[in-house]
Design a protein around this ligand. Structure first.
Ligand code: HEC
Ligand code: HEC
Length: 302
């Protein structure tokens, strides 16, 4: 009985004190055959019009899931106008793209193939190309109707679902290993909550689950209009999807226009422009140490 009461107390305590950040699950369910096909497509430059660019060109899954450039370069060395976000853990985002323009990973995957400054291709051309290659048989084994736009994007999305990073030191800490992060990181996490970062960056992806205004407390210049680009509603101007902070130490430059190269600058910027408060150098330092505990290698399929 006593044991029961104790577990009840512990249970209610952990519900009341539930952490606003949730660890990434150790594994997820996915269709292995589709994901394998999707992986091959993800790394294949034949998706682009002139065989030069693959998804992996702008999303290096072994180095943070982005390309470490302010703006990406697509076919014919054309430069884009928005920073490439990470694809790692993207399956946990409630929408895809900075402006939330794609409702899920499958819808997102249509974009780059047809974007003139990314892969510059179109689906009827791509389907023709792939039907003249080994993909004809590979698709036939997985999809009864062979190579279609829907099946190409479905396979890629299934692969992207697998790109999770479950073993970050901070996740180990949340799962109960109190020594997984050091004292500075623990204090940094407390500051992240007490200063208000947590209001926008929370949940499984520490972001990725809401839109918010870029420049809440103080206006800042913005190259893009955010959510407004999708809805054309005045109130949505400069609202962007709050990005994930997972693997953030690997994904500089930061913000949708890649304006900062280091975490210290972006943390200071967030405090000032999103929260309207100045934080000390020491506080910035600890928050950065906390942010660095959010990285882990991708758990990729074979
Ligand atoms: C030329 C560089 C480039 C290529 C090639 C490219 N991407 Fe991207 N990707 C980007 C950029 C830039 C964005 C952000 C665009 C935006 O939000 O407006 C993005 C966004 C994404 C997102 C959304 C992530 C989020 O958090 O919103 C996913 C997922 C993604 N790409 C997957 C892919 C896949 C799959 C392919 C191949 C079919 C691909 N990308 C090809 C540069 C690229
Ligand atoms: C009111 C909501 C809000 C608050 C509060 C907030 N952020 Fe953000 N954060 C955002 C949005 C929105 C972006 C994306 C801005 C853009 O580039 O369009 C962002 C971007 C970031 C980035 C860059 C991510 C990337 O991939 O480029 C970091 C790092 C970050 N925030 C950390 C913090 C920290 C640390 C705090 C607390 C000091 C904080 N944020 C407070 C909404 C918020």
């Amino acid at each position: 009985m006593k044991k029961l009461v104790t577990s009840f107390l512990i249970l209610s305590f952990s519900i009341i004190c539930a952490e606003p950040i949730v660890p990434i699950p150790k594994s997820i369910n996915y269709d292995h055959k589709k994901a394998q096909l999707g992986k091959k497509l993800f790394f294949d430059t034949r998706l682009s019009k002139n065989n030069t660019i693959s998804c992996a060109s702008c999303h290096n899954i072994y180095e943070g899931g982005d390309d470490n450039l302010q703006y990406s370069f697509g076919i014919d060395a054309q430069e884009g106008n928005i920073n490439s976000p990470t694809v790692l853990n993207a399956g946990f985002n409630f929408r895809q793209f900075w402006n939330g323009g794609a409702k899920n990973l499958q819808a997102q995957a249509e974009g780059p193939v047809q974007n003139p400054v990314e892969m510059g291709n179109n689906f009827s051309n791509l389907i023709k190309t792939l039907n003249n290659t080994e993909y004809k048989n590979l698709f036939a084994k997985v999809y009864s109707n062979g190579i279609t736009k829907n099946n190409i994007t479905d396979a890629i999305a299934e692969y992207e679902k697998t790109l999770i990073t479950p073993d970050a030191p901070f996740d180990k800490y949340l799962r109960g290993d109190k020594t997984a992060i050091n004292l500075d990181a623990k204090e940094g996490y407390e500051l992240f909550k007490s200063k208000g970062c947590i209001a926008c960056h929370h949940g499984i992806n520490i972001g990725g689950n809401l839109y918010n205004k870029f420049g809440v407390a103080k206006a800042t210049h913005s190259k893009r209009l955010g959510r407004y680009e999708v809805t054309h509603n005045e109130d949505d101007k400069y609202y962007f999807k709050v990005p994930t902070l997972r693997n953030i130490a690997q994904t500089a430059p930061y913000l949708h226009d890649g304006r900062y190269n280091n975490l210290k600058d972006v943390v200071r910027f967030m405090a000032q422009y999103q929260l309207g408060r100045v934080i000390t150098q020491e506080e910035v330092r600890k928050i950065v140490i906390f942010l660095k505990t959010l990285s882990a290698p991708v758990k990729e399929i074979q």
